[in-house]
Design a protein around this ligand. Sequence first.
Ligand code: GCU
Length: 608
Amino acid sequence: MLKKTIFILMLFIFSNATFAQEDLIINTYNRPSTSLSGNWNYIVDPYENGYYNYRHEPFDLQATPSKSAFFTNSKQESPSELLEYDFDSMDTIAVPGDWNTQKEKLFYYEGTVWYKKSFDYVFMEKQNRLFLYFEASNYKTEVYLNGKKLGTHVGGFTPFNFEVTNLIKDTNNYLVVKVDNKRSKEGVPTLSTDWWNYGGLTRDVKLVETSPTFVQDYFIQLDNYNSNKIKGYVTLNGEDKATKNIQIYIPELNIRKNIVTNINGKATFEIISKDIKFWSTKNPYLYTVHIKTDEENITDQIGFRSIKTKGKQILLNNTPIYLKGISIHEESPITHGRGSTLEDAKTLLNWAKELGCNYVRLAHYPHNEHMVRLADKMGILVWEENPVYWTIAWDNASTYANAENQLAEVINRDKNRASVIIWSMANETPTSPSRNQFLTKLATYTRAKDPTRLISAALEQSDYNGNKFVRTINDPFADVVDILSFNQYIGWYDGLPEKCSQISWVIEQDKPVLISEFGAGAKQGFHGDKNTRWTEEFQENLYVETLKMLENIEQLQGFSPWILVDFRSPRRVLPKIQDGWNRKGLISEDGKKKKAFFVLQNFYNNKN
Ligand code: GCU
């Protein structure tokens, strides 16, 4: 009891302290912005020599930081002056991008790399404000502009921003960013994962200019229980945010809804319309929505759809839907590094469409915004996941705060995307009282922040009453989720594919079931008999047997096999077969389809 009280107390203290940067600006996707992408100078700093003095004291905590501090971007001012770094004479690296696949010597590198970008900036309007927006940076990022510390961000897959209005100069601004992708036990994710720990400024960095009082945040969605009602809120940021007029303007629905903000700059609304075309996988209809104030007009493309469960069914717009899915890692089929571009997203989602999918599981962390924006346009439903993966430090309060913050950031970014239907709290986490508490708290937080979507997690299945041939879900978190999802590898980690025919399932929960993973490894082009591992025939057979086995699950509403494309993993070292790649893809890293691709395609094309 004492331990539990201390745990809750620590939770409260930490959750507000360590991860607080500016409130996230929503919809920068459609806001005028200046990209800082391109080549940046960089310094590899494994000993963090540019961050700590020789007494391991951070330079950025010194009253007058020494010129040895890299964030000062100092220059030698006389031939006799001792200065042991110079950004402008250093090699450059591309942003966005990971350092591992850009620089051979950094392929396995985990540690600190410093980035420096110099730029000029002219405001569009003199009285405007300016924000520095990072779409993502892996993993711990310290940001400095013109020698001033802006702040720190922890988490490799979600956006963050800092206001720089009073720091920016017309010319010769220097932005210095320390990125450290070292893994840690307390991290989210933690020490061990089955994907490459790509480091760096992996997504775009941009300057977002706003009017003095601007639209900071909004949530505009269809009511899940009244399909003639659009409801939500708008929040302004700025001195002039209180009692401010805002208009929600949806031309195609002939809607002009005028609302007024309260003292905190927030206005809520409900709009009734009988003419709404609902967004669906067959007809992904997006409305152009304007949020107008007398200072700015923000537009967004929003689809209106309802998503809920009823017993074992998943209802999209009150109609049962079967999720024909595939799991995807955010790896570029073009650069074979961390994906980030619209091109990457198009290639991956077009392959999923070709497979016959109406659903994708974006594993195991939030992917870039292109993926969900494109899924909105293509009518592909999306599962988004928080990187709470395997053995997280459940009793560590700052680990919890970190996990909650990453969830908050992806929900903030994507809550207006019709395609996103499921928030996943975690993947393959071992049950324990503190784990159950950790995940339950995350789920409660998520439900409060976004009551319009479904909660799930990739759980693990186990023996039923000790019988290995009867599988069940024995996890208290199964009572918390809306959709019961689990990974199963019968036929790969557990026996051979023929074992599938001996398996039965006892799943007591009256909830929809999704298989979040199943699969087998195959080296593309390696052929042989169906019991020879790593052949395309083995993988093909595994799919055939698994699809038959899963049909026995009465609550089954779909699955997302592991995985669309082979991906890099430092855990996969079998020579001539894996060579640093997880080979469970249905497509090889160079885009060649394996036999199992067509087994699943055929299944989906024949599944209504
Ligand atoms: C796990 C895990 C994946 C991993 C996969 C595999 O279930 O969730 O991240 O890559 O299995 O072993 O290939």
